[in-house]
Design a binder for this molecule. Structure first.
Ligand SMILES: *Cc1c(COP(=O)(O)O)cnc(C)c1O
Length: 409
């Protein structure tokens, strides 16, 4: 094929990967009712025995993940910060974090005054267990913030064994793993706490919001008070007994990071749709992964069979290509309406960045193997509406992009 034939055969993607899921009609109706009532603040003076939307959502999260307590806040980043702080992280403490993650994760550590210690990842985008063991021993860190970034779940059996051996608290970042399991058990149920996101581009779209789940009464009571409950914590349902609050109420500040009643209202009916959304995304993921794996030079990230992940995005690597070639591929894809994100780009942009770019962490760039993996890592969203035709179009665009980039000289 000549390059012009190639060009002619390459379609433009007729799906906008950046477009979010609409709010179900039930959610819109409930949101309108709520707005008419004016009760957008979660601690309205609700009638006795009546559950506010925020408390209702918290209870449903606790049940879904199989934990005693759940605390709604205004974002997953805030949830991570509060979980760190309420689990005892103090200013100056080292906090281990896997190097494949999103900027708000090291940001939450910085917010708590902690010092992020980057742990290497492997070629499957899972935490490197040997490096975890090494860094735990070297730094004496007592906390691991384990980010299930883009839905990639590390070997939680091994991680928990290492954590127990070193007396480490694990906090799980589950922003992309609502509905996912490791070996049959929900993410967010392994560590001392799990943190979920209700932000528009996660599995439930409430605009903004985050949920902490935990079985630890002290952590839960502190998180509720820290989140800004104005001592109205009895209005929470999935909460510990009064005793836990008595212990913490006088010595815990109010940081005003509450979940809004409107966000909770919009989120609630989406829980009912979650299984169906996941089924559709996973179907598209399997299709797309098969198509892309067949392209020379493209590696779809391999998954562990125990990783019962939600395929809400797909990651691929182009390890044999240099940065100029990958930049050309990203441009080519953009010109065919395929929004491919690249972790290896020089400047942080959008939802992709890597540890060496977080210059507030010193010393930065101390995870060379992670940097090398992320150098060629590309990423795309998978909306539930992605069809077999879309998968075909994406594979055709990427195959042409790789062909062009490698046959330029
Ligand atoms: C989105 C995301 C967060 C932060 O969630 P917000 O609700 O936007 O604060 C944290 N970790 C990961 C892996 C994410 O994808």
């Amino acid at each position: 094929m000549t390059p012009t034939d190639d060009q002619a055969a390459v379609p433009t993607l007729d799906l906008d990967l950046t477009s979010p899921e609409p709010i179900p009609e039930a959610g819109i109706a409930k949101a309108l009712d709520l707005m008419r009532s004016g009760r957008l603040f979660r601690y309205g003076e609700t009638a006795p025995g009546q559950l506010s939307p925020a408390a209702d959502l918290e209870q449903k999260f606790a049940t879904a993940i199989g934990r005693r307590y759940a605390i709604g806040v205004n974002s997953c980043g805030a949830a991570l910060f509060l979980a760190l702080r309420a689990s005892g992280v103090a200013p100056g403490d080292h906090v281990l974090v896997n190097g494949f993650t999103l900027a708000p994760v090291p940001g939450a550590i910085a917010h708590a005054g902690g010092v992020p210690v980057i742990v290497e990842i492997d070629h499957r985008c899972m935490i490197d267990l040997d490096d975890l063991e090494r860094q735990a021993a070297a730094t004496g860190a007592k906390t691991l913030l384990l980010s299930h970034m883009r839905g990639h779940i590390s070997n939680l059996d091994e991680v928990m064994t290492i954590a127990t051996r070193h007396g480490i608290n694990v906090i799980e970042d589950c922003a992309h793993t609502l509905g996912a399991n490791w070996a049959g058990r929900p993410t967010g149920s392994f560590g001392v706490a799990g943190c979920f996101s209700l932000q528009t581009f996660k599995h439930i779209n409430a605009g903004e919001g985050g949920i902490i789940v935990t079985d630890d009464a002290d952590l839960a009571a502190q998180a509720i008070i820290l989140s800004g409950s104005y001592m109205l914590y009895p209005q929470h349902a999935a909460r510990p007994d009064e005793e836990a609050f008595e212990k913490w109420r006088a010595v815990t500040p109010n940081f005003s990071l509450r979940l809004s009643a409107l966000a909770a209202t919009v989120a609630l009916p989406q829980l009912d749709e979650l299984d169906e959304r996941i089924r559709k995304m996973n179907h598209a993921y399997e299709r797309l992964a098969a198509e892309l794996s067949a392209i020379d030079g493209v590696e779809v990230i391999e998954r562990d069979p125990r990783e019962e992940f939600v395929g809400s995005s797909l990651q691929l690597r182009l390890p044999s290509l240099d940065s100029g070639q990958i930049a050309a591929i990203i441009d080519f894809c953009r010109s065919h309406k395929l929004d491919l994100k690249w972790f290896g780009q020089e400047r942080m942009e959008g939802f992709t960045s890597r540890p060496a770019q977080w210059k507030y962490i010193t010393p930065s760039g101390q995870a060379p193997r992670t940097e090398e993996i992320l150098r060629s890592l590309c990423d795309m969203r998978i909306p539930p509406s992605m069809t077999a035709d879309h998968c075909r179009q994406i594979a055709t665009i990427i195959a042409a992009a790789v062909h062009n980039a490698t046959h330029q000289e």
